[in-house]
Design a protein around this ligand. Structure first.
Ligand code: DX5
Ligand code: ZN
Length: 233
């Protein structure tokens, strides 16, 4: 399948960064060429872990000009959309498993100039988002069970990425595909081939032996070589 111009972006997740020095950590990946900063928002209910809320996001906003990509792993996400919009996020995804009014959420985000995303767990069928797919700016396919950084990539999710890519291409939807969990230089090629465009990486960046900056550069290099090979087909 020849897809000219697929824009691959690398989104470091700060979940594995040093939370006491977030500004410094973000500066490093921004200088290395990261395209957006992925923020994992967890509530201890939908997922068995807790992270940050709107006040921390508002502080992060002041440290970078990169778009902020908020991934809400919280129950009843509609309660907090406006708080995160005010905190300065640019992209926001909610999980299909916990939003009973996805259509309304997507409309609300778009009306506020936010890129509207739907996140979907490994165990949730793609058919659950069929109806709203054309209205989503992006779909975040979880490639691990959400809640923690540093988990192992779940191989069957590759098939899901492939199927979603086929569906958006054949329907002519503008929807982009983001993938999140267990991704690093070793499996990035396969994931790009399956059709992902926005690549979240937490531990592969911030826990890398080579350092976060080198890790981002390596993943950008793989993405660029992949795009060039698509252009040649
Ligand atoms: C997991 C989060 C991910 C996490 C990915 O629930 O949604 O964004 O930071 O971390 P790695 O890349 O280490 O799997
Ligand atoms: Zn995430």
């Amino acid at each position: 399948m020849c897809e000219l111009g697929r824009n691959i972006e690398i989104a470091p997740s700060i979940l594995s960064a040093d939370f006491a020095h977030l500004g410094r950590e973000i500066e490093k990946v921004e200088a290395a060429g990261a395209n957006l900063i992925h923020l994992d928002i967890m509530d201890g209910h939908f997922v068995p872990n807790m992270t940050i809320g709107p006040p921390v996001v508002a502080s992060i906003r002041k440290t970078t000009s990169l778009p902020l990509d908020a991934h809400l792993m919280i129950e009843k996400p509609e309660r907090f959309l406006d708080d995160f919009i005010r905190a300065g996020v640019n992209w926001l995804s909610v999980h299909v498993e916990v939003d009973a009014h996805l259509d309304r959420t997507l409309q609300h985000l778009k009306a506020n100039g936010i890129k509207a995303g739907i996140a979907i767990n490994p165990g949730t069928a793609l058919s659950s988002i069929d109806q709203v797919l054309p209205f989503a700016d992006y779909v975040l396919i979880m490639t691990v069970n959400p809640g923690f950084g540093g988990q192992k990539f779940i191989p069957y999710t590759l098939k899901k990425v492939r199927r979603l890519r086929e569906s958006v291409v054949s329907n002519g939807y503008p929807t982009r595909i983001e993938v999140d969990g267990g991704i690093g230089p070793e499996n990035l090629g396969d994931i790009l081939t399956a059709g992902a465009e926005i690549i979240v990486a937490g531990s592969a960046v911030f826990s890398s032996q080579k350092g976060a900056s080198e890790a981002v550069k390596e993943m950008k290099g793989i993405a660029e070589r992949h795009s060039r090979s698509l252009d040649l087909i």
